[in-house]
Ligand binder design. Structure first.
Ligand SMILES: C[S@@+](CC[C@H](N)C(=O)[O-])C[C@H]1O[C@@H](n2cnc3c(N)ncnc32)[C@H](O)[C@@H]1O
Length: 269
């Protein structure tokens, strides 16, 4: 997490050099009704995007609880915090099974969170909304269905050239598992949320070809590892993925879909 830049009026801005979390968080902030004094639960908080920014904005009359399933991420966030913004806390909690002792919040946010609500995303969403105050708002972002389709199509083509039927089936299942903007809207409708708004914007990711593609910090950890998992034979995986990586031109632009969903719980504002 970057420290504040001199040009910013915020001491805890979104990191300008983060080409993935920050554009998603910007979309989240576009949807969020953010005011001093609010209580916020930030799920899948990682090392604090956008929890630090939110905490600064709600100020000492509000509070922010950032939760993440990874102890390492929570430790990183606490290290960055270094005792500042004392109304911001980080805890290690699974967002799919919030403890009944957790209070309700006026806002629930989660940047790059929805994909990790699996496998029972609707039930997990219902659990979250139980911790939202009546009149409160939820805003979550995620890369929606269609993200990096050009990559999946190219991998599928290469698998097909090698006659890899089972691998192709696994890849198709992985791609289809990504929630769509329409599906996300459907969850909020089923939960009888009000003023539902779901927006989607393209985000282009730059990469070189070959190893620069295969080891791209965002593509590898968040996406390509899943493609490798479609193979039983590691050497075959390397052969296919190396061919794909050499043919970057046929995949560009590498476009993700930034999706932000917002809804308000019925009741007093
Ligand atoms: C892509 S990162 C996003 C982190 C941060 N919000 C950001 O924008 O940079 C997703 C985070 O979700 C966390 N996560 C995954 N499954 C989770 C779960 N079931 N409960 C809570 N956090 C989870 C991961 O540990 C990871 O830190």
């Amino acid at each position: 997490m970057n420290r504040p830049s001199a040009s910013s009026s915020s001491r805890w801005p979104l990191p300008a050099d983060d080409e993935w979390s920050t554009p998603f968080a910007e979309l989240l902030l576009e949807q969020l009704d953010l005011r001093p004094g609010l209580t916020i639960l930030d799920i899948a908080c990682g090392h604090g995007i956008p929890a630090f920014y939110l905490a600064e904005q709600v100020g000492p009359t509000g509070s922010v609880l950032g939760i993440d399933a990874s102890r390492g991420q929570v430790a990183n966030a606490r290290t960055i915090q270094r005792g500042e913004l004392p109304w911001l806390r980080y805890e290690c909690v699974d967002m799919r099974a919030l403890p009944a002792s957790l209070p309700t919040f006026q806002r629930i946010t989660g940047n790059l969170s929805v994909m990790f609500l699996r496998p029972h995303r609707f039930e997990a969403m219902r659990g979250l909304i139980e911790h939202l105050e009546p009149g409160g708002q939820v805003v979550l972002t995620f890369p929606s269905l269609g993200t990096f389709d050009s990559i999946w199509q190219r991998i599928d083509h290469e698998m097909s050239r090698h006659g890899l039927t089972r691998e192709r089936e696994r890849l198709a299942a992985y791609v289809a598992e990504r929630p769509s903007a329409a599906e996300a809207r459907g969850w909020l409708e089923q939960l009888q949320m009000e003023r539902i708004d779901v927006i989607e914007r393209p985000l282009e990711v730059a990469s070189g070809s070959g190893q620069r593609f295969l080891q791209h910090p965002l593509l590898r950890g968040g996406f390509l590892d899943d493609a490798y998992e479609c193979f039983e034979d590691d050497r075959l995986a390397d052969t296919v993925m190396t061919s794909v990586a050499a043919d970057l031109e046929s995949m560009t632009p590498l476009t993700a879909r930034r999706c932000a969903l917002s809804g308000w719980k019925r009741g007093l504002a």
